[in-house]
Design a binder for this molecule. Structure first.
Ligand SMILES: Cc1ncc(COP(=O)(O)O)c(C=O)c1O
Length: 416
């Protein structure tokens, strides 16, 4: 009879052999000695990206010089790449642009939403939302003034807290720590029933879970380019404004790229008619080129297939870690096994920081979110089932031997 461990290994190998996404791993540049479980924070480098960025540098910048704004359509890049992202989020191409950072896009859309609901005072979010969402809401409401304020309600009571004084509901669709998922259609419907708008932060959703913004009647959304979209460190972000809001909503940052006629060079600001009004300054063309390369990869895959593999990877990892590590004080955070979730898995442990450092030293790269969360991103395009199984073994070994207690793993780095 085959011993259980051999059987387990054989089962994992069978999963990898049957994986329809397996060929995509070769489309990324990954160091051989690493199991990369942080693609939810910084996506891996697509193999095509360096040559594409090099071509933009050498051919378009080096040779084309300023002519490339027209000849290489640099000027249309925010809309072109936005249109591609639209396909991943269930939007129309003219409802999405690439621009700025997620934080800046939050500011633009929070203020625009407050202006569109002048008699209402509250931006409603949840405690423990990603900090930048809360900070941007605090600072935007302060700037707009007139009693505007951020209020928070826990996710189980949130829908009941939406009232006729709620201007905007601001939520992150997949929670950055726990991978808990909001029901986008239900929350949006509840907000609309009370006359409020909803702004979804899709940073941990885009490229990770299937999305249908228009199917959910979503109003507004923002999201990161550097996580599951593999756009590179500090990649530009994107924003979505549903077509029905284009005429009424205005950006508080009226830069020339959002003007109706930027090259008319007139003195007075006049917002562009469509989504372009949410652009501000000159797009970072090299960074947009890297983002486009990552987005193009995603257009080759069916997000339902990606999501199915994400769920299977999560079940494998959760099963293994719970079976082997619970005795060492590791507990699952967020949705239980089998429940709808985002594409990362988090576990709590009092020594989570040091454990993660010990894992990183052994080539298993995840991250840590204070005060005690070890976060593991499961990216179906470049992870094998065998990687996830191996990571669970290494975590078990770090806990069993208390390798994490070494002095070197206690040192807090600036980025965790
Ligand atoms: C939910 C969410 N929103 C926003 C951000 C970051 O925004 P920015 O790109 O402006 O730093 C993150 C980063 O991890 C995030 O998790």
């Amino acid at each position: 009879m085959t011993p259980p461990d051999d059987q387990f290994r054989a089962d994992v190998a069978a999963l990898d052999a049957a994986d329809p996404l397996a060929p995509f791993r070769a489309r990324f540049t990954l160091p051989g000695y690493v199991i990369y479980l942080d693609g939810n924070s910084l996506g891996a480098l697509p193999r095509d990206t360096p040559s594409r960025v090099a071509s933009v540098m050498h051919d378009e910048w080096g040779t084309g010089l300023i002519r490339s704004w027209n000849s290489a359509d640099w000027i249309g890049a925010p809309q072109r790449v936005g249109g591609k992202i639209a396909q991943l989020i269930g939007a129309q191409s003219h409802e999405v642009v690439v621009a700025d950072s997620t934080s800046v896009n939050l500011h633009k859309l929070i203020v625009a939403a407050l202006d569109a609901r002048p008699d209402r005072h509250v931006v409603l979010s949840e405690p423990g939302n990603f900090p930048t969402d809360l900070y941007m809401a605090q600072t935007a409401t302060r700037l707009v003034g007139h009693g505007r304020r951020l209020e928070v309600a826990s996710r189980d009571t949130l829908v009941d807290q939406i009232t006729s004084d709620t201007a905007l509901v601001l939520l992150t669709h997949v929670h950055y720590k726990t991978a808990d998922l909001f029901d986008m259609a239900a929350v949006t419907a509840a907000a609309h029933a009370n006359g409020a708008l909803v702004l979804w932060d899709l940073s941990h959703s885009v490229g990770a879970v299937p999305l249908d913004l228009n199917g959910c009647h979503a109003d507004l959304a923002v999201g990161c380019g550097y996580k599951f979209l593999n756009g590179g460190p500090g990649a530009p972000a994107f924003l979505f404004v549903a077509e029905r809001h284009h005429a009424a909503l205005c950006s508080p940052m009226g830069g020339w790229m959002g003007h109706a006629r930027p090259f008319a060079f007139v003195d007075d600001y006049e917002p562009a008619p469509g989504i372009d009004r949410f652009l501000c300054g000159t797009p970072p063309i090299l960074a947009v080129a890297a983002l486009e390369s990552g987005v193009d990869l995603h257009l080759e895959v069916d997000m339902q297939v990606v999501a199915a593999k994400s769920r299977a990877l999560a079940q494998l990892f959760i099963d293994r870690v719970e079976a082997q590590c619970a005795a060492y004080g590791v507990t699952l955070v967020g949705p239980p096994r089998g429940a709808p979730r985002g594409s990362h898995v988090s576990f709590r442990h009092d020594e989570g920081y040091a454990i993660m450092q010990a894992l990183i030293a052994r080539g298993v790269i995840g991250d840590f979110r204070a005060p005690d969360i070890m976060r593991f991103g499961l990216t179906p395009l470049y992870l094998r089932y065998a990687d996830v199984a191996e990571a669970a073994e290494i975590l078990t070994e770090v806990l069993r031997t208390e390798a994490w207690s070494a002095d070197e793993y206690q040192v807090r780095h600036a980025v965790t």
